[in-house]
Design a protein around this ligand. Structure first.
Ligand SMILES: [Zn+2]
Length: 92
């Protein structure tokens, strides 16, 4: 009977150490995810710099932002800017 209890305790300790090892392994994975996310947000920032014009759909770095009749924000390139101003959109 005593051997069974000792065996259960040893088994428990083994399971505990395995659990700790797997937890330690999960931490770098989590860090990798964080790095991946920050890299992803950098990509998103780059995408924000290269936004498309809401009228001609051409990518332009210098977009002027207006709020349209529905309160929707539209990015307008310098070419389409007179078009937006003709529609009397509110400049943001
Ligand atoms: Zn445009």
């Amino acid at each position: 009977m005593r051997w069974i209890i000792v065996g259960v305790i040893i088994l428990f300790l083994i399971l505990l150490s395995v659990y700790r090892i797997t937890r330690k392994r999960q931490v770098p994975v989590h860090n990798n995810k964080v790095i991946h996310l920050s890299a992803h947000s950098k990509k998103r920032e780059q995408a924000r710099k290269q936004q498309k014009c809401s009228f001609c759909r051409k990518e332009n770095k210098k977009l002027a932002f207006y709020s349209d009749e529905n309160g929707k924000i539209v990015g307008v390139c310098p070419v389409c800017k007179p078009l937006a101003e003709r529609r009397a959109l509110m400049r943001l």
